[in-house]
Design a protein around this ligand. Structure first.
Ligand SMILES: Cc1ncc(COP(=O)(O)O)c(C=O)c1O
Length: 461
């Protein structure tokens, strides 16, 4: 064990992070060459400690919908703090929680009336799972392969990817995975009448920006209704305007039994999560005083988080950011599709609004793709996605492959992005991918970069 030295102030931020926070994280950034120390953020821009500027295409994995440190949000929070509010009001009523609850209920529409507050997305998922068990009296859950719902033990139990799940098993029993977008599998699981809920994302983000077939969610909601199972919709990453609607379900012609939100509601500055449901479901679960307090958490619904959320919703409305997400999303999708149409290793460009994925892998173009598609697929998953993201970083664009599908590069900027900034993203992606028309330059570049990082002692800029 490393002793805590008296003069640790002398350590730079990277060494301090490695010593006191997460050495593995620092090591990984060093191996891959992603390492930067970011020191400033404003709007769509990030700056590192050397003064380099980057266009943020990750946006805190969908948290910075109004951009970094939006001046109106900062002003509202300063004003809020200056008013000496009781931030935690656990023994009484905070007007802030009710104001935000009313606003969210109006935005989500009937019958989603009640909001259970949390401080993260995973906790909001936990709240939804508990609500479903108590309301239905059933023990089991159905979830989709490829899904991501957070990293608490309950959320991991319904994680659609074995890697993180396996490390901490045994998890919650009775969680059944079905293919995403497949109604017959859902119908078969529902027929057992054991499932309290079906938990699903409208667009699987970490699952590779995967969109279900048109009409899937509406049909799934109807199947769930008939089976007495609740549909829990996880909009933690795509909610709050990202798809061009305030909530993604609003473009699908149905309303979920529970709507799960987090990330962007707090404007990227204040943590907050929410599970919204109808008066009927809320009453079934929590109508009796015996169930009071089952969702309590010290900072859930704190006044500052609610004030930040109200200001964030104001900004989204005042600045027409939903319309901008739809228009810039279309520009991005069409621009990338045009730019990458004949690329031999781009399988698809897909998304909705400002959540867009570029899937890399074998196509029907070129001899290698035809002779050894498995090799191209393996190389795309293990290195091409990261190589593309790294090359974009070097050109001043921050992005990453999706969590479960390493061959899908995501483009997920703040909703404030402008037309010319989107054009610059399309141009940069086109230029980077143009260098990798086959496996040879991809393998050469990856090996060279790892070698360079090794020679520099896995350095971070
Ligand atoms: C769809 C989805 N659900 C849940 C979560 C978990 O949210 P949090 O990281 O706030 O716990 C995430 C986080 O990325 C997510 O993308």
């Amino acid at each position: 064990m490393t002793a805590v030295s008296a003069n640790s102030d002398a350590l730079d931020p990277i060494a301090k992070h490695a010593r006191y926070v997460d050495p593995s994280h620092v090591k990984l950034l060093g191996i891959l060459g992603y390492g930067r120390v970011y020191t400033r953020a404003q709007g769509v821009w990030l700056w590192d400690q050397k003064g380099n500027r980057y266009l943020d295409l990750l946006a805190g994995f969908g948290s910075m919908n109004i951009g970094h440190n939006h001046p109106k949000l900062v002003a509202k929070l300063n004003q809020f703090l200056g008013s000496e509010p009781p931030n935690l009001c656990l023994f009484g009523i905070s007007p802030y929680a009710g104001d935000l609850g009313e606003r969210l209920a109006k935005l989500a529409g009937e019958p989603l009336q009640h909001t259970i507050y949390t401080t993260s997305g995973a906790e909001a998922v936990e709240a939804a799972l508990k609500l479903a068990r108590i309301a239905t009296g059933r023990p089991e859950f159905i979830h989709a392969k490829g899904g991501f719902h957070g990293l608490t033990l309950g959320a991991l139990s319904v994680m659609g990817n074995p890697r993180t799940r396996k490390l901490v098993e045994p998890l919650m029993p009775g969680c059944h995975e079905i293919p995403f977008g497949d109604l017959p599998s859902l119908e078969r699981e529902l027929a057992r009448k054991k499932a309290a809920a079906f938990l699903v994302e409208p667009i699987q983000c970490e699952g590779g920006i995967a969109l279900p077939p048109p009409g899937y969610l509406k049909a799934a909601a109807e199947l769930c209704r008939r089976a007495g199972t609740l549909l829990l919709l996880d909009e933690v990453q795509v909610g709050i305007g990202r798809t061009g609607n305030m909530f993604a379900f609003q473009a699908e012609g149905f309303v979920p039994d529970v709507l799960i939100l987090a990330k962007a509601i707090g404007g990227g500055l204040v943590p907050i999560g929410a599970a919204m449901t109808s008066a009927e479901v809320f009453e079934r679960a929590y109508g009796s005083l015996d169930t009071y307090g089952v969702n309590a958490s010290t900072f859930a619904g704190n006044a500052m988080a609610c004030a930040a959320a109200m200001a964030t919703l104001d900004i989204l409305e005042e600045e027409g950011l939903l319309a901008n997400a739809a228009a810039r999303g279309e520009q991005l999708l069409q621009g990338l599709a045009r730019e990458l149409a004949s690329h031999p290793m781009v399988r698809a460009v897909r998304g909705r609004g400002l959540i867009v994925g570029i899937e890399l892998g074998p196509t029907d173009k070129g001899i290698l793709n035809r002779l050894a598609p498995w090799l191209v697929s393996k190389a795309s998953r293990s290195m091409f996605g990261h190589l593309a993201a790294l090359r974009l970083l070097e050109r001043g664009f921050v992005t990453l492959p999706t969590g479960h599908e390493g061959n899908v590069v995501r483009i997920e900027p703040p909703l404030t992005i402008s037309e010319s900034e989107v054009a610059s993203v399309v141009q940069a992606v086109g230029a980077v991918l143009a260098d990798y028309q086959s496996l040879a330059p991809m393998i050469k570049d990856t090996t060279w970069r790892i070698g360079q990082q090794f020679r520099s002692g896995w350095s971070i800029d």
